[in-house]
Design a protein around this ligand. Structure first.
Ligand SMILES: CC(C)(COP(=O)(O)OP(=O)(O)OC[C@H]1O[C@@H](n2cnc3c(N)ncnc32)[C@H](O)[C@@H]1OP(=O)(O)O)[C@@H](O)C(=O)NCCC(=O)NCCS
Length: 162
C-alpha cells in the first residue's frame, strides 16, 4: 500500500466516487434505488423586536437532511443586546417555528463548553446533551470540549414552556 499526498488532480481522481460520497456524507449509508435528496439551502432567520430597528439576532439551519428529518442550528445575538434574555427568546421562538412549519424530527446544535449562556439556554429549552467532542475547540490558547445538544419533536411536544 502507498500513501500519496494530494495534488490538484485529487478531485479528478475521486470523480467517480463523488456522487456516492456526497450521499454518504449526508446519510452515512448508501440509499439503493432512491434519489438522494440534497438541499443546499440554508434556512436563515433574522430576529427583530419592537422598537429596535436593527436585527437583535440571527438563527441559521444548515446540514438540512430531509431523509433523517434533521438539521443543525447556529445562532447569535447582536453583541449590543447580549445578556438581556434575547438569546433564549429567539432560540425558543425558532425551535417552535421550525417544528411547527417543517417536518423536522430533530434539531441539533454544537456549542463550546465555555459558552455558558448558550449551554444554559439549550438546557433550559429542553435540549438534551447527546455527546461531548473532547478538546475540540481552541479558545485563548486552551482546548475546550464542545457539546452536541439536540431536541426531538417528541420532546418538544412535551415541553410546555415554549
Ligand atoms: C450565546 C448567545 C446567543 C446567548 O444570547 P444572550 O441573549 O446573551 O443570552 P441570554 O441573555 O438569553 O442568557 C441566557 C442565560 O445565560 C446566563 N448567562 C449569561 N452569561 C453567563 C455566564 N457567563 N455564566 C453563566 N450563565 C450565564 C444568563 O443569566 C441567562 O440565564 P437566566 O435566564 O437563567 O438568567 C450570545 O451570547 C451569542 O450570540 N454569542 C455568540 C454566538 C454564539 O456563541 N452562538 C452559540 C453557538 S452556535
Amino acid at each position: 500500500m502507498k500513501l500519496r499526498p494530494s495534488t490538484e488532480k485529487h478531485k479528478e481522481l475521486f470523480k467517480e466516487w463523488q456522487k456516492e460520497g456526497q450521499m454518504e456524507e449526508i446519510t452515512c449509508r448508501e440509499i439503493k434505488n432512491e434519489k438522494p435528496f440534497v438541499d443546499p439551502k440554508v434556512l436563515a432567520f433574522s430576529f427583530f423586536v419592537e422598537n429596535i430597528k436593527e436585527p437583535i439576532g440571527k438563527f441559521n439551519c444548515f446540514s438540512i437532511n430531509k431523509r433523517n428529518k434533521s438539521c443543525e442550528c447556529g445562532y447569535a445575538v447582536n453583541p449590543k443586546y447580549r445578556g438581556q434574555g434575547y438569546g433564549e427568546i429567539m432560540i425558543r421562538y425558532c425551535v417552535n417555528y421550525l417544528f411547527n412549519n417543517f417536518n423536522f424530527n430533530k434539531l441539533y446544535c454544537q456549542t463550546g463548553s465555555f459558552n455558558k449562556s448558550s449551554v444554559k439556554i439549550l438546557k433550559k429549552s429542553g435540549f438534551h446533551r447527546d455527546g461531548v467532542l473532547r478538546e475540540h475547540h481552541e479558545l485563548d490558547g486552551k482546548l475546550w470540549d464542545d457539546y452536541i445538544y439536540s431536541i426531538l419533536r417528541a420532546e418538544w411536544k412535551k415541553w410546555n414552556k415554549f
